[in-house]
Ligand binder design. Structure first.
Ligand code: COI
Length: 354
C-alpha cells in the first residue's frame, strides 16, 4: 500500500495559467501545470510522482502502440460557490477503470494511487478549475503497456498517468445523430464495456462518414441484427417515450457502464420518471415517433454531461425535434449540474472533497 506521503512532487517553476483564455476552452486542448505518473514493473507499482506537464520519451517498440493495451477514464472536478474543489464520483470511475484493466489483461491500479494521486494532483492545480457554469476541470487517468518488444503478449510493464484539462461544454448545440447499421462498435464477448482506447479508434470511420453527412455522432446498433440500439460514440443513450425513460441495459457487455448514465437514472427517478433499463429496438423508437409518443432523446457522458438530441436519423427516416419545448432533459441536466456546482445538496455522497 502506498500512503499519500509517498508521492514525489516536483512543482513547475512558472504556471501557464495566465496564457489560457478561460472563456474559450475547447474540450481537451489545454493542460494544467502538472501531471501524475507511476510505473508498474516486476509485479508492483513504483512510487508515483507529480511533476510539471511535459512530453514523454518512449520506445517506438512500445507494446501499447502495436497491440493496443491502453485504457482510460474521464472524470470532472468542480468548485462550489466558496471555491472549494470537489471531484464527481471518482470511486465509480476507479472501479470501472479496473474492470477495463482486467479485460485488457493489465494490472489493476490501487485506490491509493488512483484516488489519492488524483486528489493531490487536483489540489495542486486547483486554480485551473473553471468557476463558470457548465465548465469544469476534466480529469483523464490512463494506463498503457510499456514493454519494448513487438511480440504479441500482455506487457510486463505499464505506465499509469493522470492529466488535467480545463474545459467548457463538449457540444454547444443539441446533437444530430445517425443510426449506424453497417459498422459495429461492439459484439457480445468483445471489449465494448471497457474504456479501451481501441473502442474509440474503431468508431472513427463510421463517425467521420456520419459527419460528412452533417451529423455529429452515430448511434451504434447491435452487431448481429443492427436492430437494438447501444450507445452513441462518446455517450450512453436515453429516450423518453410517454412518461417512461428507457436506456439500453448493460447485460450484453457491449456498452459502457456510464457513471453519468447511472447519475441520470437517479435524477430521472427523482424527477418522477419511470426508468427502464432494457433492450430497445430502433423499430420501437420509430413506432413511438409515429404515434407521437417519442418525447425527448439525450446522451450522457462525463465530457458531454447531458446532451439533447435534436435529430435522430435511421436510413431515410428522420426524426426531428424542437428541443426548446423539452422538460425532462433540461431538468435532469439542471439537477446534476446543481449538485456538481454546489447549488443543490449532495445527498448521495457523489462529491468527493479535494
Ligand atoms: C468522457 O466522456 O469522459 C469520454 O471519455 C468520452 C470521450 C471524450 C472520449
Amino acid at each position: 500500500m502506498i500512503a499519500a506521503l509517498d508521492i514525489q512532487v516536483t512543482k513547475s517553476a512558472k504556471s501557464k495559467i495566465d496564457e489560457i483564455d478561460f472563456n474559450n476552452l475547447p474540450f481537451g486542448k489545454y493542460f494544467t501545470d502538472h501531471m501524475l505518473e507511476v510505473d508498474y514493473a516486476n509485479g508492483e507499482w513504483k512510487t508515483p510522482s507529480i511533476r510539471p506537464f511535459q512530453n514523454l520519451s518512449l520506445s517506438p517498440a512500445l507494446a501499447a502502440i502495436h497491440y493496443g493495451q491502453s485504457i482510460f477514464e474521464g472524470i470532472k472536478a468542480y468548485k462550489d460557490k466558496e471555491g472549494n474543489a470537489f471531484i464527481f464520483r471518482p470511486y465509480d470511475n476507479f472501479a470501472r477503470f479496473n474492470v477495463s484493466a482486467k479485460r485488457m489483461c493489465m494490472p489493476t491500479v490501487p485506490e491509493e494511487i488512483f484516488i489519492e494521486g488524483m486528489r493531490q494532483l487536483v489540489a495542486l492545480d486547483k486554480d485551473w478549475i473553471p468557476m463558470k457554469h457548465d465548465y469544469s476541470l476534466y480529469i483523464r487517468p490512463f494506463m498503457f503497456a510499456t514493454d519494448e518488444v513487438i511480440g504479441v503478449k500482455p506487457s510486463d510493464t505499464y505506465k499509469f498517468m493522470i492529466l488535467l484539462s480545463p474545459t467548457g461544454p463538449y457540444y454547444s448545440a443539441p446533437m444530430r445523430i445517425y443510426v449506424e447499421e453497417k459498422y459495429t462498435r461492439a459484439a457480445k464477448g468483445g471489449i465494448g464495456f471497457a474504456k479501451a482506447a481501441g473502442n474509440y479508434g474503431g468508431s472513427m470511420l463510421a463517425t467521420a462518414i456520419a459527419k460528412e453527412r452533417g451529423f455529429d455522432q452515430v448511434l451504434w446498433t447491435d452487431a448481429f441484427e443492427h436492430k437494438y440500439v447501444q450507445e452513441i460514440g462518446t455517450m450512453n443513450f436515453f429516450v423518453i417515450i410517454g412518461n417512461k425513460a428507457i436506456t439500453p441495459d448493460l447485460e450484453a457487455g457491449t456498452i459502457l457502464e456510464g457513471v453519468s448514465r447511472a447519475s441520470a437514472i437517479e435524477a430521472l427517478k427523482e424527477l418522477g420518471y419511470t426508468v427502464e433499463e432494457r433492450p430497445i429496438s430502433i423499430d420501437e423508437i420509430i413506432n413511438a415517433h409515429k404515434a407521437g409518443e417519442l418525447k425527448e432523446l439525450f446522451g450522457t457522458g462525463t465530457a458531454a454531461t447531458v446532451s439533447m438530441i435534436q435529430e435522430l436519423c435511421y436510413e431515410d427516416y428522420s426524426m426531428k425535434f424542437d428541443t426548446s419545448t423539452w422538460k425532462a432533459v433540461p431538468a435532469v441536466k439542471k439537477l446534476l449540474t446543481d449538485i456538481r456546482e454546489g447549488r443543490k445538496e449532495d445527498t448521495r455522497g457523489w462529491m468527493f472533497r479535494v
